[in-house]
Design a protein around this ligand. Structure first.
Ligand SMILES: Nc1ncnc2c1ncn2[C@@H]1O[C@H](COP(=O)(O)OP(=O)(O)O)[C@@H](O)[C@H]1O
Ligand SMILES: [Mg+2]
Length: 262
C-alpha cells in the first residue's frame, strides 16, 4: 500500500516525531503500519523501544538496502515496543549507525533503487509504509524517495527549514536530479511544526508556506509544545504529550488519509 517518505534535509524539524505521530494515529484506527528507519542516527528505532545495544547484532535497514532484499526486510522487521494495545499494529525496520556506509556498499548505477526493490512484498502486507529519513539529500534519501509514492515535509516556520522545503521541491522537479533518479513521488503534505501563534515571524513564514504550497499545507500547524520534547526521550507515541496533541494527531491522520490513501 502507499509508501510515504517523511523528508526535509534540515535536521530537527520534526521528521521523526511526525512519522511516529502518524503511525500511532493510523494504528489506533486499525491500520497496519510499517516504519522504515533510514536515518543512521536511529532516533525512530530508539523511540520505538530499541536501544543501540539491543540493535547491535540485529539486521537493520543497512543490510536491507545493501542487498535490496525483501527477505532481509521481513527478517529485520521488529514489533514496536510501546505499551499501548494499538502498537501491535506498528512494525519497524531499525537503523544503526553503519547504515550510511553499508547501504552504499557496491553502489553504482541504480543503487538508489535498492530500497524500492526491498519493499516489494511489504507493500502488500501493510496498509501504510512510512520512511523516516536523515538530514542530508544523499544516497539514503534518494533510496527513500525512489521507493515512495508520496512525500510529506515537516518544516519550522523559519527561514532555514523553509529553504529545505524549496530545495527538496526543486530536487523533485529537476530533470537532472529527482527525475533522473526515477523519483515519481510528489509532495502530499507540508506540515508546519513548532508554530508559535502571535510570533510575527512565524505568522509571516506560515503565510509564505501557504502561498507557495496552497492546499498541500496540512492544517492546523503543530504548535511548539515543551511536553513534546519530553516524549522524545522515551519509547512512547508523541500523542502522549497531552490531549492537545491527541487532537492534532487526529487531524494529521485525516489529512494523511485524504492525501495519501485516498
Ligand atoms: N512541535 C514541537 N514542539 C516541541 N518540540 C518538538 C516539536 N516537534 C518536535 N519536537 C522535538 O524536537 C526535537 C527534534 O525533532 P525530531 O522529530 O527528532 O526532528 P528530525 O527528525 O527532523 O531531526 C525532538 O526532541 C522532538 O521531540
Ligand atoms: Mg529524525
Amino acid at each position: 500500500m502507499p509508501v510515504t517518505t517523511v523528508a526535509n534535509h534540515k535536521g530537527g524539524v520534526g521528521k521523526t516525531m511526525l512519522a511516529l505521530l502518524i503511525a500511532a494515529e493510523l494504528a489506533q484506527r486499525g491500520r497496519r503500519v510499517l516504519l522504515v528507519d533510514c536515518d543512521p542516527q536511529g532516533n525512530l528505532s530508539r523511540r520505538c523501544g530499541y536501544t543501540k545495544a539491543e540493535l547491535a547484532e540485529r539486521l537493520s535497514t543497512a543490510e536491507v538496502i545493501r542487498d535490496k532484499s525483501p527477505e532481509l526486510l521481513a527478517a529485520a522487521t521488529l514489533p514496536c515496543q510501546w505499551e499501548d494495545e494499538f502498537a501491535d499494529r506498528i512494525f519497524v525496520v531499525p537503523a544503526r549507525k553503519e547504515l550510511e556506509q553499508r547501504a552504499s556498499e557496491g553502489a553504482g548505477t541504480g543503487s538508489w533503487r535498492r530500497l524500492n526493490a526491498a519493499l516489494a512484498q511489504a507493500r502488500d502486507i501493510y496498509d501504510d509504509i512510512l520512511i523516516d529519513t536523515p538530514p542530508q539529500l544523499g544516497h539514503l534519501l534518494h533510496n527513500a524517495l525512489v521507493a515512495s509514492d508520496h512525500i510529506i515535509i515537516p518544516t519550522e516556520p523559519e527561514l532555514d527549514s523553509i529553504q529545505g522545503v524549496y530545495r527538496l521541491q526543486e530536487f523533485l522537479d529537476s530533470e537532472e536530479e529527482g527525475k533522473a533518479l526515477g523519483v515519481t513521488a510528489s509532495v502530499a503534505g507540508v506540515i508546519i511544526n513548532t508554530f508559535r501563534a502571535r510570533v510575527v515571524t512565524h505568522e509571516t513564514r506560515a503565510a509564505e508556506i501557504r502561498t507557495t504550497w496552497g492546499p498541500l499545507v496540512w492544517a492546523p500547524p503543530i504548535p511548539l509544545t515543551v511536553r513534546l520534547q519530553d516524549t522524545s526521550e522515551f519509547a512512547e507515541p508523541p500523542q502522549k504529550a497531552g490531549a492537545d496533541l491527541t487532537m492534532i494527531a487526529s487531524m494529521m491522520g485525516d489529512s494523511y488519509l485524504k492525501a495519501v490513501a485516498a
